[in-house]
Structures are given as structure tokens and as C-alpha cells.
Design a protein around this ligand. Structure first.
Ligand SMILES: Nc1ncnc2c1ncn2[C@@H]1O[C@H](COP(=O)(O)OP(=O)(O)OP(=O)(O)O)[C@@H](O)[C@H]1O
Length: 261
């Protein structure tokens, strides 16, 4: 497999807590990779390290041939990797569409829209059009003028996806996109992600919901105490001894994860 993203020998510790230990991972273009593991196994930290929100202590990360492990988050977005957060926080005084448009400004460089030049006005027009199309795709048009902070938890997750997509990424990393989301909205998220992948986008998804994993992912990567212990198809998880041991032996795993075993 030629890798779009390669994580090589990455380690990360917080004080004495070795959260990632010698993590090696390749992700190919067009894959939908589910990143699994018991609570505290290092999934979000791995996402944070790839997207520049945490600095790796050791190792390197290559995206489309470019070393990115020392880049700040906004520069990593511009290489083509965007992400969503487990608990998206929204500004109090901005509407849904304004939040989406601001994400375009962050992704493509701040300042231009403040100048009021014809070029800036054109950039704003394009951002509004793009935001409108994405809000439509993610079913948020009915709430586009509401305060973003007033959205439900599930709608905030959808808006988080819209904001990530404003950067026009080729790889999208999602941190628990369906946690706490109503089944109807969950279906919308599944549909949206499958459509994005059909359009060529590579997806990496941290998720505990095994139904979601089985339905959406082409491959699963399992972390346990900072080590990758498995990389397999979703239907192979239940027969993987190391995965069973990680979940059943851990005690802190979610019930849906136990169901996987
Ligand atoms: N900024 C931080 N400072 C200190 N410790 C941290 C920090 N971020 C994460 N940790 C610790 O790293 C470990 C792994 O956390 P992480 O959030 O990566 O796990 P996870 O696999 O995503 O867990 P969950 O499934 O519960 O979300 C935990 O022990 C956590 O307390």
C-alpha cells in the first residue's frame, strides 16, 4: 500500500504517563480507518499528535511525502488534513453560518477578509457559498442563522464536520463523531461520511460504536496502552486474541466494545 499518511515510531508521554509508545501506522488514500481501543488507550492523543495539537516526543509523521510532525495545526490543515473534536465548543455570539465561514478564513489564512478589498469580498462570497453548500449537505440549513452555541450536541458534531470540510481536506480525522448522537442524526452522519469517501476523501475515525465501525470502516486499527495491537478488517476483530484481551482484561471498556469481542 502506498501511504498517504505515515506515522513512524511516534512516542508521546505526559509526565511519566507513556501514552503513545513506538506507534507505526500507514494509511492509504481512500481508506476509512476506524481507530479503536479501550478508554485511555491513546486514540485522541494520536489524533492530536498527527494534527499538531500535541507535539510528539519522538518519531516522525509524513503526509503526502512531507514531514509534518513539527508543524502547528493551522499549517497541517493547509497540507490537507482536517479534524473534528470529541466535544466541539462553539462561540457564543456567532451564528451557524458565521462559524462555518470563519473556518474557511482560518484554513486559508487570516487577515484578507478584514481588509474590505475586492479580493477579500470575493473570498467572503466564495466562503459563504461553500458554507451554504456544506450546511445543506450536513442538513443544517434550517438552523443556519441560529447561534451555534444553541445547537444540540449532535448538531454541533455536524457543524464540526462542516468546519473541517471548509478547509477542503483530502484526509478527515473524526474524534467520536456519533457519541451521544440520536440514531436519526447518526444515520445522517454515516451517509455524509460515506458520500465524502465516495468522492475520494480518506477518513480516520475514532469511535467506540461497533455498529458504526462495521458499517463504515474498511479497516480497524486497535490501540492498547499506547501500542497498536491490531490492524484488520472489522469482521476480523472478534477473533483477534490481543483485541479480546485488551477489552475484556481492561475493565474500563465500554459495553459496545465488549460486544465487539
Ligand atoms: N494534555 C494532556 N495532559 C496530560 N495527560 C493527558 C493529556 N491528554 C491525554 N492525557 C492522558 O493520556 C491518556 C490517553 O488519553 P486519550 O484521550 O488519548 O485516550 P483515548 O483512547 O482517546 O480515550 P477515550 O476513549 O476515553 O476518549 C489518558 O491517561 C489521559 O489522561
Amino acid at each position: 500500500m502506498s501511504a498517504l499518511l505515515q506515522v513512524a515510531s511516534v512516542a508521546k508521554a505526559f509526565g511519566g504517563n507513556k501514552v503513545l509508545q513506538d506507534v507505526n501506522l500507514k494509511i492509504g488514500a481512500g481508506e476509512i480507518v476506524g481507530l479503536l481501543g479501550p478508554n485511555g488507550s491513546g486514540k485522541s492523543t494520536l489524533l492530536n499528535t498527527i494534527t499538531g495539537f500535541e507535539a510528539a516526543d519522538h518519531g516522525h509523521i509524513v503526509y503526502e511525502g512531507q514531514r509534518i510532525e513539527k508543524l502547528p495545526p493551522h499549517r497541517i490543515v493547509r497540507t490537507g488534513i482536517a479534524r473534528t473534536f470529541q466535544l466541539p465548543s462553539m462561540p457564543k455570539k456567532m451564528s451557524v453560518i458565521e462559524v462555518a465561514m470563519a473556518a474557511a478564513t482560518r484554513a486559508h489564512g487570516v487577515g484578507a477578509t478584514l481588509l474590505g478589498t475586492p479580493g477579500a469580498r470575493e473570498a467572503e462570497r466564495q466562503a459563504r457559498n461553500k458554507a451554504t453548500a456544506l450546511l445543506d449537505q450536513l442538513l443544517l440549513m434550517p438552523v443556519r442563522d441560529l447561534a451555534a452555541s444553541a445547537l444540540s450536541g449532535g448538531q454541533k458534531k455536524l457543524l464540526g464536520i462542516v468546519c473541517a470540510l471548509m478547509a477542503e481536506p483530502r484526509m478527515l480525522m473524526l474524534d467520536e463523531p456519533t457519541a451521544g448522537v440520536h440514531p436519526n442524526l447518526r444515520r445522517d452522519i454515516v451517509n455524509a461520511l460515506q458520500k465524502l469517501n465516495a468522492g475520494g476523501m480518506t477518513l480516520v475515525i475514532v469511535e467506540h460504536d461497533m455498529h458504526f465501525i462495521r458499517e463504515v470502516c474498511t479497516r480497524c486499527v486497535v490501540l492498547d496502552r499506547g501500542h497498536i495491537i491490531a490492524s484488520c478488517r472489522p469482521d476480523e476483530l472478534a477473533a483477534n486474541e490481543r483485541v479480546l484481551q485488551a477489552y475484556l482484561g481492561g475493565g474500563a471498556a465500554h459495553s459496545t466494545e465488549r460486544e465487539a469481542a
